[in-house]
Design a protein around this ligand. Sequence first.
Ligand SMILES: [Zn+2]
Length: 211
Amino acid sequence: MPLHRTEAFLLRTYALKEADKICVFLTKDQGKVRGVAHGARKIRSRFGSALEPFTEVALSYFQKEGRELVSISTCDILRSHFERGARDVETASAFSYMAELLTEFLPEHEPNERLYRLVLATLQAVEAEDGDLSQILRYFESWLLKLVGFFPDTSHCAVCDATISTGESVFLTAEGAPRCLACGEINYQIIRHALERDLRSRSLLKQLSTA
Ligand SMILES: [Zn+2]
């Protein structure tokens, strides 16, 4: 059972038994990893305050073949991003939100280095005091969805099949279907829904406006 060493972000922790704790990490080279830290006293002494979301740690763990849950050997703090989070409720809840998204969307033990870099870049953006938090979160969401394969192909409108070039506005339905500017207009959506068909004059209008 080889010891695996990696850098990682802590995403969340929860109690397992009275003495044990489960920690969820985003590791640099193995994607999401869930591990058990045996012994609460050991956790206190070894991990100290490292258990806040997005603390960067040097992690080592053992993984038994066929088992998802690894056994955490060491977890040393490299860097805490929580100082700002502790000062500022908004940042703390943004961190929790990001951690929950990663926990929910990522499969276990699937390396995704671009995702790791996305988290680093996002944390840096949050720490730059002038960063707009909600804009940063939208950026994070879009890239997360892209990197885990949930962001739709937006090169074609799902309604009229028109090509949507990069830089052009694209609308997405809640189901993730892309719509070009013309098809995305909400008034026209209501009109078409009410009539249950397209207006012929509409396509001429569209041709003229894109000419
Ligand atoms: Zn369209």
